[in-house]
Design a protein around this ligand. Sequence first.
Ligand code: PGA
Length: 249
Amino acid sequence: MAEQLRPLIAGNWKMNGLKPSLAELDAMIAGAGNVTADLLVCPPAILIAAAAARASGTRVAIGGQDCHADASGAHTGDVSAEMLTDAGASAVILGHSERRTDHGETDAIVRAKAQAAWRAGLTAVVCIGETQAERDSGKAKDVVGRQLAGSVPDGAAATNLVIAYEPVWAIGTGRTPTNPEIEEIHGFIRSKLDQNLKEHGARVRILYGGSVKPSNAAEILKLRAVNGALVGGASLKASDFLAIAAACS
Ligand code: PGA
């Protein structure tokens, strides 16, 4: 049985937010004092430096949503892990299903990006999850197991890795798996982490992501197998994000 880990509530702003949106971050920082969970906010890359300056010295950490595997070079439009660190980020989301779909990111690419994240001193938040068709055909565990094995490099530990289980069909749809469905996949991921990472496996946090909102957060976050949440739409408003974080306690 895994020990109780300190929950992490991570917000993925995706391609949302302009400079005025940093007022929401300010409100999150102001409300973070009452929260026991770790908080991570991942704004668009162009806002990271400003966000990190505001969050410096507070309980809110700032992360990126992607990085290139190389440290620098001729990759127009890309952002390296070193650039994220330089801008003040401490973590990066990798292998989000939108990147896997929109940008054809394979497990091997995600794995290379995770290595880049570690090279730059960032925690890799590696996303995995099945599509509706994969779940319907009984392949959810196969897919998640394959993504986990292919996307996480050797050398993973609780200090450099977070796993986010995000069923693709639950992202932005308002639909969520049942509690037993979440527990089944989280338990499966935990058993694989235990196998692959030995004593480190029990301490890597496994977040649930996909349509987490204030109204369902308590029910999901009370599950022992769930060590926090990766929140998309509901992370754009400080009141929603803080309400989700408060549901951890
Ligand atoms: P959602 O997105 O909370 O809007 O469903 C979650 C995610 O994609 O990380």
